[in-house]
Design a protein around this ligand. Structure first.
Ligand code: SAH
Ligand code: SF4
Ligand code: F3S
Length: 463
């Protein structure tokens, strides 16, 4: 799961005239945070608040935050400065920081008395209405308790990102992996799985609402493990099958797979159901077994390669994407070279690439030294970006040209109203002349050409 740069995701929201107040929510971070903002909107609406996409008419501003890297937090501090100006214009406005940075910094966020009124961590959103009322009365509100049980399973999220075609469904929360560089286990708490019955109910509601695609979300979906009252278990492969069976016309995606836990069973389930998309996001982080060990990833370079071979064998058509960190503690040129050679060997279709950013109190911050110079990190990052965005994406695109793909139409192209765009099962964006197609349709598109970020196609009658 990866950070999105865009922030405001609201369009055409119904405004409630007789509400407790209008709330403007801005979201940063990964898909999980976007999904959480939909839970927050649902909780607030049920308590009489309205949701607005216009900051100028807001009575309450909530910013759902990310702590994954230092610059993710810096961006939010920048936004808080802007909200401060908003508060000068309208002193009654309440400003709340929610999500991962709220959990990490806690009371520290309330130190500047003129700025933040409310701090709420990811497991405390049910308390928002109570805390908001207290804040309206002039009391600073804070709840950053993490929970072992909370999955918001009974809450039907209000869909904020209204393309009306694809939606996120959270299947678990938290993370138990303790990768040494990562702040997520500290800000999101222990891993817990959501009751599959409530997941299936939510998917049914989405289908009734016209949705055609769901993405099942968790920090490590492969460790999904639900146990009911009778002690019967549901694994991720079983959940995937349950969701895929609901409707053959519903596309099913998921994110994120952890290489140490990705089982052949999941791959066989994907192969069995055509509506489970042929795409696996399999973050490698590094190509060096020594660095992987220091990161506590739980797999070696060879084990990762074995998982990629299993994907190629069981799902020959699948795309593989990844996350990579350069410049982790003690990383040498030899380690870095191993990342480059592994990238070449896999031939990723896409990669999210980052410089290591030390996060306070993580194991790496406590036990290791962030000893790779900034210039070296920058140079290594440039090298992996050049490899991925040059040669590897070229190979990936060329392999698609001339082939036809089933595309789920998601929207009108930003550049031309005569063109639509959608994605292939492999999660690649295709732009094509619209002909008679509509948003939400499945069409077959033959790939004619490619630009840096998208495939260009034309509708053909069949495969
Ligand atoms: N559970 C997801 C991780 C979500 S964070 C997974 O394991 O894939 C998304 C990505 O951010 C991670 O995969 C990692 O590449 C990157 N990341 C996490 N912590 C980081 C740090 N301290 N510095 C740089 N990148 C980091
Ligand atoms: Fe972080 Fe590792 Fe958990 Fe992903 S699996 S959220 S990188 S601790
Ligand atoms: Fe996601 Fe950022 Fe939190 S990546 S889990 S929003 S720290």
């Amino acid at each position: 799961m990866n950070e999105h740069l865009n922030t405001n995701i609201y369009t055409n929201l119904d405004k409630q005239e007789d509400s407790e107040g209008l709330v403007y929510i801005e979201t940063y971070g990964c898909q999980m945070n976007f999904s959480d903002s939909e839970v927050v909107a649902s909780i607030l609406q049920a308590n009489g608040y309205g949701i607005t996409d216009n900051i100028d008419e807001a009575d309450i501003i909530l910013v759902n935050t990310c702590s994954i890297r230092e610059n993710a937090e810096n961006r939010i501090w920048g936004r808080l400065d802007i909200f401060r100006l908003q508060k000068r214009k309208k002193p009654s406005i309440l400003i709340g920081v929610i999500g991962c940075m709220a959990e990490r910094l806690k009371e520290k966020l309330l130190e500047d008395k003129k700025l933040v009124d409310l701090v709420v961590g990811p497991d405390a959103y049910r308390e928002l209405p109570v805390l908001l009322r207290a804040a309206e009365g002039g009391q600073k509100g804070i709840n950053v308790l993490l929970s072992r049980e909370e999955t918001y399973s009974d809450i039907s999220p209000v869909r904020l990102d209204k393309n009306g075609v694809s939606a996120f469904v959270s299947i678990m929360r938290g993370c138990n992996n303790m990768c040494t560089y990562c702040v997520v286990p500290y800000v999101r708490g222990a891993e817990r799985s959501r009751n599959p019955e409530t997941i299936i109910r939510e998917v049914h509601e989405l289908i009734e609402g016209g949705y055609r695609e769901v993405t099942l979300l968790g920090q490590n979906v492969d460790s999904y493990n639900w146990k009911n009252d009778k002690g019967e278990r549901t694994s991720f492969a079983e959940l995937l099958e349950l969701v895929a069976k609901i409707d053959t016309k519903l596309r099913v995606r998921f994110s994120t797979s952890h290489p140490k836990d990705l089982s052949d069973e999941v791959l066989y389930t994907m192969a069995m159901y055509e509506n489970i998309c042929s795409h696996i996001h399999l973050p490698v982080q590094s190509g060096s077994s020594r660095i992987l060990e220091l990161m506590n990833r739980g797999y070696s370079r060879e084990y990762y390669m074995n998982r990629v071979e299993a994907i190629r064998r069981i799902l020959p058509d699948a795309s593989i994407t990844t996350d990579i960190i350069v410049g982790f503690c003690t990383e040498t040129e030899i380690d870095h070279d191993q990342t480059l050679t592994l990238m070449q060997w896999v031939g990723y279709d896409y990669a999210y690439m980052y410089k290591y950013s030390e996060r306070p109190n993580t194991k790496a911050a406590r036990k290791l030294v962030d000893d790779v110079d900034e210039e070296i990190k920058t140079r290594r990052l440039t090298e992996i970006i050049e490899l991925q965005q040059g040669k590897l994406s070229e190979i990936s695109k060329n392999a698609d040209i001339g082939r036809s793909f089933e595309v789920l139409v998601e929207g009108v192209s930003k550049k031309s109203t005569e063109h639509l765009y959608g994605r292939t099962s492999q999660n690649k964006v295709v732009v094509f002349p619209k002909q008679d197609a509509k948003i939400g349709d499945y069409v077959y598109a033959k790939i004619i050409n490619a630009t840096s970020a998208t495939l260009l196609g034309k509708i053909v009658s069949e495969h």
